[in-house]
Design a binder for this molecule. Sequence first.
Ligand code: FPP
Length: 239
Amino acid sequence: MKSKSELILALKRNPLPQHIAIIMDGNGRWAKSKKLPRIKGHFEGTKALKRIVQVCGDIGLNYLTIYAFSTENWKRPNNEPRAVLTLIENTLMKEIRELHENNVVIKFIGSREGISGSLAKKMDNSYEMTRNNTGLHLLVAVNYGGRLEIVEGINTLLKENVKSITLEDFSRYLYTKNAPDPDLLIRTGGEMRISNYLIWQIAYSEMYFTKTLWPDFSPEEFLQAIIDFQRRSRRFGGV
Ligand code: FPP
């Protein structure tokens, strides 16, 4: 594989995607392959995430949305859900200053039901702190489900007594309002499914599936995925 700087140079020749969404899968299997506890896989996953956020800054990406915890993840045994949420909270505390210094806007999307008061407060505070930054918009999906997002949007519409709505207007009732739809969806870990992620928003997204487990997903592979995306021709149903 080419070096990071060679890949960045190659990628600068064509327009960048505006918005990339990622399903960070494979932390558990990464840990298992090394005979480590699953939470250690998630911890390594936060390090991989940091490397990807840094390279997004290097290339000047506008939006990155990452799936950190789904509404279905509560079903996991052995207190894993709480352990992952605590990891998210600790990582946020550790990284928020540096994210802010790097001009990142960080916003959490998802339901707040079941989220501890202390994490909810940190989510709100980090958005308040960074909302006027002008660099990468990092959307972190926590306790997120795509169907739930749509139903919550419909319930808001019903409360507002809206009788009919356009496609564009409906997008403003989603957690991702103000963000363009993802151009590219990346899923690591070898599964080829969407898992209730951004189901409205990815209607026309290009897909990149890789067997690489999330902790091993490198900035180089990420850049290569963008270069692959730039080679595709997007027709949005036209010819
Ligand atoms: C999927 O791997 C990964 C998750 C459910 C958690 C991802 C969370 C992080 C990387 C932490 C993010 C931190 C911040 C601050 C946003 P899996 O457990 O489904 O892996 P498996 O399929 O191999 O079991």
